[in-house]
Design a protein around this ligand. Structure first.
Ligand code: SF4
Length: 94
């Protein structure tokens, strides 16, 4: 049996993405690579990317686990809220 990838698992969930509002605010100008690396390694949905020395973030696949909020101690994630209304993830696996 083939091992499921992160994309396989996330593909089973259903997302109702609020394109006009990110429930997580991120300081994209943050420069401390050690702190950025924590989020890259910890986010189960790979919402954080680090390319050419630039932090990137997309809330669309967020699993609302709150890990990035706890790890960043307010330094990179400057605000974390649940998505509005019926937006966000609906878990379908596990
Ligand atoms: S709440 Fe969880 S899934 Fe969403 S961006 Fe933060 S670490 Fe990733």
């Amino acid at each position: 049996m083939r091992k499921m990838t992160i994309d396989d698992k996330l593909g089973l969930n259903k997302f109702n993405v609020d394109e006009s509002y990110s429930h997580i605010d991120v300081d994209l100008d943050y420069k401390d690579e050690a702190e950025i690396r924590k989020l890259l390694l910890a986010c189960p949905a790979e919402c954080y990317k680090y390319e050419d020395g630039k932090l990137l973030f997309a809330h669309a696949g967020c699993l609302e686990c709150g890990t990035c909020r706890v790890l960043s101690h307010g330094k990179i994630v400057t605000a974390w809220r649940h998505p509005n209304g019926n937006f966000g993830v609906q878990f379908r696996h596990g």
